[in-house]
Design a protein around this ligand. Structure first.
Ligand code: SF4
Length: 906
């Protein structure tokens, strides 16, 4: 009998990174859904990383915003959609009448679906008449967009994922692909396994997990990429690794770009010194690049998030243009996007300096095309405020109302405390979100419930220009609505026509038709053309298979797709030629100083996503890295007076935060790394955005997240502790806390400054255990200042608290495992106050492989006991690393460390 439920599966896409993996959600007998990779999706062919695999843990309704609400003097009041949108429309009409259309703004997100984005952009630019719509994608890939536009005349990603497998060399610049785009990294590793001669080069100031499997790692000083690639351009020219015919026939600006590159970077020894790498290492890279025609240079936030981000992108593209290395299989510059639909946002013009369908705001003929197509009453005719400028204009009172959609700027913007001040001062803040309580919704005057992943239906575009359907498999909760519908209803309240869409398929159809409308106007046709997908009815839209653009229909009705661009060497500039851009190198805007001697770099960790409003719900994802940390070189830690494992206060000119010191081993002297994820709900004081300088790239407006001068100091506390509790706790009285989602409990890591006189009474009060007859087991060593207590209810562990003046407390993994037990055994109870199991091997240690829940202790024990020597041997023994592969670099590191320690111990 065939018991497969595949035929019931709903095919959708992952909610997180720009790889855009296909996901299959299959109904289970218990009413839930099993999440698996979609074997038919070309991006991932069935594989998912741990974040994708854990999507099912994030769809619960805990904490969801379910009804429209308005803030009144005594708190939030539930209202109808009509009342909420009517209030906003009345206020926007009066603001626009009094102060003009630029006094209102939308701040949206790369996590919107294309249909949502399309309606938002149409509303602002064609009806409100302002380009004040910007997006959190400004923070991650706007430099890549600007780089492409300068080089190619349009925002065009030349390559496709298959090119990664066809390349003979992949250069990853400023991209911890192993953690941030794990499935792409797995594809690269598989290709390398099949062709070991294929080279992988990583250019990154940090020695990240990606470097563990690279042939060459160039640990360049942060911010020196333009020197590095200008040096490469000079080198390629000097040794004759050029394609003069291509340069002559298909490009402009070569001599000027080369002159500028030669001015500072002709001498590799000088470049090596500026980039702070060994000269032989630099030359090895240059020689490899020159010798390997089929090279992909893939770049990400390390390039984009800089005050010279656009120049960095163009310096890379220049090195491909000089040899005509693009438009053919296995070669080209390739920006990897961070968000699931940053690319869809680019298509609809969802940035303040773009128009719809890749048209330009500055060009009157393009504005005319769009206005004619929309039949709209007005059309924005100049760029709007980019993200950082927008929030400054809000604080200055120039923008009176902002509508924040699907993003959390109080955590994610640079100078995040400024974003908080701006929202505090703003006359009317509207927030469309899926969560009731975020750092941003706290400042909203009107809260509007939106659909979340699993409930939403529409399309997204991934990093290789592939449009995929995101399909709903969960019912809409409460009164939540899709974002496109919320915006369309609002437009109707404003009295605008043109928003009476039949459904998301109708929005998609309009978007597809606009892309082909008067496409060839003026000069070169726009490459962004998905007119082949126009005219789909509801059923055809439902059935749409993942498709790349450009996609047109032939005269006989066949779909014609271009999987990679520029094979005919025609670019989107008026003369059909690509542009070399002269990129004079410049250092980050703010130099380190005596007061702020370290350079702060920020980024993602493997198992979390953005501001954790969704991934923070998953116990699986919380297992890998529980707390925010400041990773720094041991000598810098010594000079700063902090030690590994201790809490430190990190301060910049703009703000401060607290994080735990660690020495990951990959941080060069003079810099620190802090992850971007922790917010006001998951930690008392760990928003790294508060530190980041609000300096932006002059072309793209992208902030400099990769360099802010900071100092690190000890965060003095009297005691440390942790709590595991089935109920949520209020810990406002504790100096520092982090909340970590567990299975059937929440874990709190604590540190206090208060002097606790009576530990027992204090702990009972904190945990809300008032019953004197409660099953409360405790241990106290007054002299050592150690206190431990466990609260048991009906033979199940309910809560536990461990406190000590020292950091070294028991591993939380075993205590955590007791919360899923229906009943504690006698042997469990023996270990409770010790915090350790009596049986050997029961403490698995911190999680390394989240897919299979394999801890560090388990791996170390197996390496020793079974004499494991390679990652495949560890995988064969424990399964660890055998699914998404994100932990393979970490397992490799553990293998080396454990075997070295074992050899030394002998
Ligand atoms: S790599 Fe992971 S996070 Fe990115 S789309 Fe695929 S499953 Fe989702």
């Amino acid at each position: 009998m065939n018991l497969s439920t595949d035929h019931l599966a709903i095919r959708t896409t992952c909610a997180y990174c720009g790889v855009g993996c296909g996901v299959q959600a299959t109904p289970k007998d218990d009413g839930g859904f099993a999440i698996a990779g979609d074997k038919l999706h070309p991006a991932n062919l069935g594989r998912l990383c741990v974040k994708g695999s854990a999507l099912g843990e994030t769809v619960g309704l805990e904490g969801r915003l379910l009804y429209p609400q308005v803030r009144e003097a005594d708190g939030l009041r539930r209202v109808s959609w009509d009342e909420a949108l009517g209030q906003v429309a009345d206020k926007w009409k009066s603001i626009i009448a009094e102060h003009g259309p630029d006094a209102v703004a939308l701040y949206v997100s790369g996590q919107l679906l294309t249909e949502d984005y399309y309606v938002a952009n149409k509303l602002m630019k064609g009806y409100v008449g302002s380009a004040n719509i910007d997006t959190n994608s400004r923070l991650c890939m706007s430099s890549a967009v600007a780089g492409y536009k300068r080089a190619f005349g349009e925002d065009l990603v030349p390559v496709c994922y298959d090119d990664l497998e066809l390349a003979d060399m992949i250069v990853l610049v400023g991209s911890n692909t192993a953690w941030c785009h794990p499935i792409l990294f797995q594809r690269i590793l598989k290709a390398k396994e099949a062709r070991p001669e294929m080279k992988l080069v990583v250019i990154d100031p940090r020695r990240t997990a990606t470097c563990e499997l690279a042939d060459l790692h160039l640990p360049v000083k942060a911010g020196t990429d333009v020197w590095l690639f200008n040096g490469l351009l000079s080198y390629l020219s000097r040794i004759g690794a050029v394609d003069p015919q291509f340069i002559e026939q298909h490009t402009n600006g070569f001599e000027a770009a080369l002159d500028v590159a030669r001015a500072d970077c002709a001498d590799p020894a000088v470049v090596a010194k500026i980039c702070r790498i060994e000269l032989p290492l630099l030359l090895e890279f240059y020689e490899l690049f020159a010798a390997t025609r089929k090279t992909i240079t893939a770049y990400s936030m390390g390039v984009n998030q800089s005050s010279a981000g656009t120049d960095k992108a163009n310096a890379i593209i220049n090195c491909h243009l000089i040899g005509g290395r693009l438009g053919k299989p296995g070669m080209g510059p390739f920006s990897i996007t961070g968000q699931p639909n940053a690319m869809g946002g680019r298509e609809v013009g969802g940035l303040a300096n773009m128009l719809a369908a890749h048209m330009d705001l500055e060009r009157a003929e393009h504005r005319d095309v769009v206005q004619t197509f929309w039949d709209s009453p007005v059309m924005a005719d100049k760029g709007g405020l980019k993200a950082v400028d927008l929030f400054q204009a809000i604080e200055a009172g120039k923008v009176k109302s902002v509508w924040v959609i699907a993003t959390n700027p109080v955590v994610s913007l640079p100078d995040a405390d400024q974003a908080r001040r701006a929202l505090e001062k703003c006359e009317l803040v509207i927030s469309s979100d899926i969560m009731q309580d975020t750092d941003t919704t706290a400042y909203a005057d009107v809260l509007l419930p939106a659909l979340g992943w699993g409930e939403k239906d529409g399309t997204v575009t991934n990093s290789e220009r592939r449009i995929s359907r995101q399909r709903a498999f969960l019912a809409a909760p409460g009164e939540a609505l899709p974002d496109w519908q919320i915006l369309s209803l609002f437009a109707q309240h404003m009295g605008y026509s043109g928003f009476d869409f039949d459904g998301q398929y109708d929005v998609f159809d309009e978007h597809a038709r606009l892309s082909g409308f008067r496409n060839a106007i003026g000069d070169v046709p726009r490459a962004f053309d998905m007119s082949g997908l126009a005219g789909l009815d509801q059923r055809q839209y439902n059935d749409l298979e993942p498709t790349q653009w450009p996609v047109r229909r032939t005269a006989s009705g066949e779909l014609q797709v271009e999987v990679r661009l520029f094979k005919d060497n025609v670019y989107a500039h008026a003369d059909g030629k690509a542009r070399f851009i002269a990129t004079a190198p410049r250092a980050p805007m703010h130099a380190v100083s005596e007061d702020y001697p370290l350079s702060l770099n920020t980024g993602r960790v493997r198992d979390q996503w953005h501001t954790m409003t969704r991934t923070g719900k998953s116990a699986t994802l919380a297992d890998h890295i529980a707390e925010s940390f400041v990773d720094m070189h041991p000598q810098d830690a010594l000079l700063s007076g902090v030690r590994e494992g201790e809490l430190a206060r990190v301060t910049s000119e703009w703000g401060a935060m607290v994080a735990r010191v660690q020495h990951g081993g990959g941080i060069p002297r003079g810099s620190v790394f802090i992850p971007i994820h922790w917010n006001g709900q998951t930690a008392s004081d760990a928003r790294v955005g508060a530190l980041v300088n609000p300096v932006v790239d002059p072309v793209s407006g992208e902030p400099e997240f990769k360099h802010t001068p900071v100092r690190v100091e000890q965060f003095r506390v009297n005691w440390h502790g942790f709590i595991l509790s089935r109920d949520a706790l209020n810990l406002d009285s504790v100096a520092h806390w982090t909340r970590i989602q567990g299975r059937e409990f929440a874990r709190y890591e604590l540190a206090g400054r208060n002097t606790v006189k009576d530990y027992s009474a204090w702990s009972r009060e904190l945990l809300g255990v008032n019953d004197p007859d409660a099953d409360w087991l405790e241990y106290e060593d007054k002299t050592a200042g150690v206190y431990r207590a466990v609260h048991v209810v009906n033979d199940r562990i309910e809560q536990c608290i461990f406190m000590s003046p020292r950091q070294d407390m028991p591993s939380r993994a075993w205590l955590a495992s007791l919360f899923v037990k229906e009943q504690l055994s006698e042997i469990d109870r023996v270990g409770l106050l010790v915090g350790m199991p009596v049986e050997k091997g029961a403490d698995t240690g911190p999680t390394v492989c989240s897919c299979f829940g394999v801890g560090r202790n388990t791996i170390c024990n197996a390496i020793i006991e079974k004499d494991l020597k390679t990652v495949p041997e560890v995988t064969a023994c424990l399964k660890a690393g055998g699914n998404c592969g994100s932990c393979v670099p970490e397992i490799k590191k553990i293998l080396v460390q454990t075997r070295v320690e074992a050899a030394e111990a002998q």
